[in-house]
Design a binder for this molecule. Sequence first.
Ligand code: TNX
Length: 489
Amino acid sequence: MVTRELGDVIPAPGEVRPDAAARFTIGDGTAISAAAGTEQVAAYLADVLRPATGFALPVSDGPGGIGLRLDEALDDEEYRLEIGTSGVTLTGGAPVGLFHAVQTLRQLLPAEVFAATPQPVDWTLPGGTIADRPRFGYRGAMLDVARHFFTVDEVKSYVDSLAQFKINHLHLHLTDDQGWRLEIESWPKLTAISGGDGTGVDGTGPGFYTRADYTEIIAYAATRFVTIVPEIDMPGHVNAAQVAYPELTADGVAPPQRTDVEVGYSSLVAGKEETYAFVDDVVREVAALTPGPYLHIGGDEAQATTAEDYRAFIERVLPMVTRYGKRPMGWHEMAAVDLPASAVPQFWRIEAADEGTARAAARGNKVLMSPADRTYLDMKYTADSSLGLDWAGLLDVEKAYGWDPAERLPGVGEESVLGVEAPLWSETLRSLADVQTMTFPRLPAIAEIGWSRREHRDWESFRRRLAACGPRWRAQGVAFHPAPEIPWA
Ligand code: TNX
């Protein structure tokens, strides 16, 4: 029995050609055939299929019912999935494309495939061909580990949940007023003091990543083809840094530690050389630890910095990021200055236009789209949601789905859009289950907006496909909000 229809996948695939006469059943004797260069993804495929099927699924370069191969004619992230009576073939432009094909394949199997123990079900796949590729190269999520710290294992679990929807970047908001979460060797008190007990909102989220922890997260994310984007937020949102190093304040006096949710009161001092010695050290260390191309410098809500100081600070810091070999990313306020070509402003406001961002786009900069009223996973679903904030409005699934990144801002069209990102701020969150509840089911909407072409997106279709995610999340123990507009299976 075929339990799913080809094309019942999130994000919606490009081309879907069902073949009603064909189907393939994964069984006890099925083997995985890995062509040269596909071994890593083949091993991953076996890893995700073995627990629930209970099958051995040996991987070799010999024949097998499930074959993986590469085709240089495809773009890296592009893939083809062919399901016929005699077998399944996954073809990727590169291993990352194959990885995406695996995520599509998992969604075409019964939901029990996401369980951790053998399930007595029929593992039949619907026949036909899917040919698929992303609309935008950057599809991201952001996790705020400063307001509440999340452990290495929690972040790994989050990466696993995100990658199922072809999300390929995870931005970590590592520093803020309430905590500093990444060890910096040259400024050790940042974490010794501001990563310790009593930090985080209400003092409930202590912790920090050692350099080894951070490297472990990056390496794990890489196995899921997810790039980590580290953020060091400045010149505002720096109270935790100033508690640890009072010389970073104007008067040299340490401010009190803060565990409330106020924003816009702290600032590095644009006119002090100590500021730039500090920033240079931090940027150098973070750049050296991070293999990905981006380093996010924050730049948001700098209400305690004059406009002139803000511009002076950003103009001094941008070249540090490029000098250490990274593309500067920053909240779109940083577009108050002329940005280097590689810089990416991340638009986060709810307004219908933004002059600085449009100016950057006109100069050729790529823009990352995170309008708060559509993508902020920390906004409440409904007025009675127990978690979340509501300053950008309530955000139900239909609203998260019903917009287009190339039509959101005047002057920022398709060519200027790098992609989309869904940020999750953690002021009200206290556990991984809280993170999951705010993320699902809205993140799949943002993932589809980032991946699928406009003409393949449709709310009625999305609602039905999203309903099928409920049993999958239950099978893997992922919490989600049972949004009433979705006909949950
Ligand atoms: C605004 S969005 C912030 C964060 C808060 C968030 C809460 C942005 C760049 N800054 O400091 O956590 O709102 O939704």
